[in-house]
Design a protein around this ligand. Structure first.
Ligand code: NAD
Length: 314
């Protein structure tokens, strides 16, 4: 990972897939870390034992206040979110509660405790809708196809406005499809984890649609590095964090099958409503302003993810 200056940090969602990797990186470079997570979509399994842990829902204002009081962070990484597109379609109010009101609660504590910087995990894949041009840059029109995308965008706008009003600096990171070790194979997203888990267990995974949907897959270690660089960058801004490349679902399947040495074919099912057909992200701005560049090519990232998943089966 890149080198960082030592800080007191608080990571919401720090027990989750991306958050737990970020916490490991922050701790290993000597930072103090407090994790705030209600474990609604995770467990303490990947939680770094050197982090202070507060099992708190970001909707619980008193609990959140206590965590901030105890940790007095300089920098807050806000990753806690209800991150399910299909659930957000069924229960948009639940999604908005956590992703919008929860973000407002985090911002309120940042104000109260004089936090100097917030780094927010947003989404590129769910904000731009079906792109009108590719690769989509940060100026691409916003057209979320799901309440999840709408709630993440609402959170972005609140962060911009409240941070500017209170002189808190902020970075918004809009990720592509993040993949890597620790991603749950039981969610609706995370095809790399889902396909790898199925094939390792001798099952044919399902491809929704014709397999030609294309996404920008970015390895979790690269996403962690983007967070670390954002922590040190002086200005405010929003940045796509992807690879400038698109890979189809079928290509992902083939890469995983060849890594596992499996000749099982995939099963095909109906395309899912609201699935963007093709998106990949222009990440030039992150390169120019954060000095961030993805380092892990898709075949290497898949190899590492499959190796990790194999260790989980034993
Ligand atoms: P994750 O579900 O593994 O992590 C989210 C964490 O937040 C979990 O540990 C969960 O328990 C916690 N959480 C949920 N609701 C909470 C609440 N009310 N209070 C406290 N904690 C709560 O998901 P992830 O993939 O690690 O995503 C992290 C962030 O990155 C999210 O904000 C997500 O929107 C964003 N993101 C992820 C991807 C991706 O491909 N994984 C893509 C774009 C954006």
């Amino acid at each position: 990972y890149v080198e960082v200056v030592l800080m007191k940090t608080l990571v919401t969602g720090g027990a989750g897939f991306i958050g737990s990797h970020l916490v490991n990186a922050l701790i290993s470079s000597g930072n103090e870390v407090t994790v705030v997570d209600d474990l609604s979509a995770s467990s303490t399994k990947y939680l770094d034992p050197k982090a202070k842990f507060s099992e708190t829902d970001i909707l619980d204002v008193a609990g959140l206040n206590q965590s901030f009081q105890e940790s007095l962070p300089d920098v807050v990484f806000h990753l806690a979110a209800h991150a399910s597109v299909s659930e957000s379609v069924k229960h948009p109010e639940y999604d908005a509660n956590i992703n919008v009101l929860g973000t407002l609660n985090v911002l309120e504590q940042c104000k109260l405790f004089g936090v100097s910087r917030i780094v927010f995990s947003s989404t590129g894949g769910a904000l731009y809708g079906e792109p009108t041009y590719l690769p989509a840059d940060e100026d691409h029109p916003i057209h979320p196809l799901s309440p999840y995308g709408a709630s993440k965008f609402a959170a972005e706008i609140f962060i911009e406005s409240i941070c500017e009003l209170n002189s808190i600096s902020y970075t918004i990171l809009r990720y592509g499809n993040v993949y890597g070790p620790r991603q749950s194979p039981y969610g609706e997203a995370g095809v790399v984890a889902i396909f790898a888990n199925a094939l390792i267990n001798g099952e044919s995974p399902v491809i929704y649609g014709d397999g030609k949907h294309q996404r920008d897959y970015v390895y979790v270690e690269d996403v962690v590095n983007a967070n670390l660089l954002a922590m040190e960058s002086p200005g405010n801004g929003k940045f796509n964090i992807g690879t400038n490349l698109s890979t189809s679902v079928r290509q992902i399947f083939d890469l995983i099958a060849s890594e596992i040495n499996s000749d099982l074919p995939p099963r095909y099912d109906d395309e899912r409503a609201g699935d963007v057909r093709k998106i990949y992200l222009n990440c030039d701005k992150a390169f120019q302003e954060l000095n961030w560049n993805p380092q892990v090519a898709i075949h290497n990232g898949i190899k590492s993810t499959v190796e990790w998943m194999r260790t989980q089966q034993r």
